[in-house]
Structure formats: structure tokens, C-alpha cells
Write a protein of this length. Structure first.
Length: 284
């Protein structure tokens, strides 16, 4: 099973504008048109069984709509998409909205320090991290360089490590293998921290050195590394092929491609999950 832990989709009415704008900024040709339908079609074609759709509240007040939509995504996609919610750190009701995320059954949230204009270890974020920890909600951060604000790194590995150490019970994924284009610092500051997860999003496209990737993997908890593509900005088949090309053991490669995410998301317990459907078919 292959589970892509890092993709993005947009509502049909805004997908052309959103994807077009980001393509212009990044200079990357998108793999999908950003709609759910096109994403599902191309994920199936590329052998991806389940994808985690990371939503971002880019301004206060968007949270409820985003989170309500994320909560319906799994059933509407027949278990092919798992929606993560989001809150904006400047929203007065951010902490209470996290409680609502938990009640909605969301597995986690996405925070994007560049889009949401915060540095990852600012103390004003501490109450939010505390609430996430108490609710046992997973959180994924955009980490490292970003084309949206290339001159200012909002989540560098050194700062990310301070958050991880301050909240040891908060499970957090620092996307893009811990910090896009900052992988030496990932090795120095984040590798080996027990509550830290990495996804592989854009590692192939942005040229993470395979030798350095293997070193980081060797120093990190093997349960905490996840396949990710950042689709539509990277074709997930490229992301998976890059993992397979690292020369890791078969068991570790299998964990990264899907087993780790399967355990983390607990998909086998959900009725619409491809995992539970396969299990039922085998019993029959």
C-alpha cells in the first residue's frame, strides 16, 4: 500500500486561479489541475491508495469552512482522501476550533508559517501547541525554504527543534524532509527526535542528496518517515520512485511508502477505508 501524506486540492471554483497563481510563483508545472476529481484520477493511475489532503487557513475566519469540508473528505472520496484541518494562529478562537477539529474526527491539522506569517518557535504559538498536545492532534508544518517568501525562512530546523523539545508529547511532521533546502541542518538539529516526523515531499524535485537522506533516515525513528509528494507540485510516482531508489531495506522502504502512515492514521478501523474493504473481501 502507498499512502501520500502530503497533497493539496482546492474547491473546483477556485482551483484554476489558485493553481495558476502558485505555478507562476514557483515556476513548477502542476501535476494536476488542483481539483479533487483530477487528483483522485491521477493518484489511482500512479498507484497511490490513500492521500492526506493538507488544508491551510490563510486568514482568520476561514477555519470552520475548511474544517467542515476536511471532515467530509474521507467518506466523499470513498476512503481515498484523508482531510487535515487548519487554524490560523491569529484567530481568537484557534484553540477552541482545535477542540472542534477533534470532535469532527480530524486526525490532524496543517500549519504553514510562511502563509500564516509566524516563526515556528514564537512564544505566542505556545498555547496552540499545548492545545494540540492535549487533544492528541497531529500537526504538519511547512518547513524550510518556500518560494512564497524566499528571503525569510519561517520554520528552519533549529527553531523547529526547539518546539519539538518543548512539547515532547506533540506529534509533529516537519514537511519536506524536515526543511526544504536545509537538509544539513535537519541532520544536525532534528534527526533523532522521537516526536518528530518527516515527509518526503519535494525531496526528489529539489535534489536532496541520497547519501544525506540515508544518513538522516539512519539516525531517525524508522516509524516516523512518511511518503509525501506535495502534489500538485510533484508527481507522487516520482516521490515514491525516489524513496525506492535510496537503497534502503525492503522493510524500511515499505514502512516509508505506506505502513507508517497506515499506523498513524489508523485507517483499518474506518469502514470506508481501502484497508478495511480489502480485509472484508479477503474474508469473503
Amino acid at each position: 500500500m502507498k499512502i501520500d501524506f502530503h497533497i493539496h486540492t482546492f474547491p473546483d471554483r477556485i482551483a484554476p486561479k489558485a493553481v495558476g497563481r502558485l505555478a507562476s510563483i514557483s515556476g513548477i508545472t502542476p501535476f494536476t489541475d488542483g481539483t479533487t476529481a483530477d487528483t483522485l484520477k491521477k493518484m489511482e493511475k500512479n498507484g497511490i491508495d490513500v492521500s492526506v489532503c493538507l488544508n491551510i487557513a490563510t486568514r482568520p475566519g476561514q477555519e470552520q469552512t475548511i474544517n467542515d469540508t476536511a471532515a467530509t473528505l474521507f467518506d466523499e472520496s470513498r476512503g481515498k482522501l484523508v482531510g487535515f484541518g487548519s487554524v490560523h494562529p491569529n484567530s481568537p478562537g484557534a484553540a477552541s476550533e482545535l477542540t472542534r477539529c477533534k470532535a469532527l474526527g480530524l486526525k490532524g491539522i496543517k500549519l504553514h508559517p510562511d502563509y500564516q506569517e509566524f516563526i515556528v518557535d514564537e512564544k505566542r504559538l505556545w498555547p496552540l501547541y499545548e492545545a494540540l498536545s492535549e487533544l492528541d492532534l497531529f500537526v504538519t508544518f511547512h518547513s524550510g525554504w518556500d518560494c512564497y517568501s524566499p528571503a525569510k525562512i519561517h520554520c528552519p530546523p533549529e527553531n523547529a527543534a526547539r518546539v519539538a523539545k518543548a512539547f515532547p508529547h506533540l506529534r509533529m511532521c516537519f514537511a519536506h524532509f524536515g526543511g526544504l533546502r536545509m537538509w544539513d541542518d535537519v541532520d544536525n538539529y532534528l534527526a533523532g527526535l522521537d516526536n518528530v516526523f518527516f515527509d518526503t515531499a519535494m525531496a526528489a524535485t529539489m535534489g536532496l542528496d541520497p547519501a544525506l537522506a540515508r544518513r538522516i533516515v539512519s539516525r531517525h525513528n524508522s516509524d516516523n518517515i512518511l511518503l509525501g509528494s506535495d502534489c500538485p507540485w510533484e508527481d507522487p510516482s516520482i516521490s515514491a520512485a525516489w524513496v525506492e531508489s535510496l537503497g534502503l531495506s525492503d522493510s524500511l522502504t515499505e514502512k516509508i511508502l505506506g505502513t507508517n502512515a497506515l499506523r498513524l492514521l489508523d485507517l483499518s478501523s474506518l469502514p470506508n477505508s481501502p484497508v478495511s474493504r480489502d480485509s472484508q473481501q479477503q474474508k469473503q
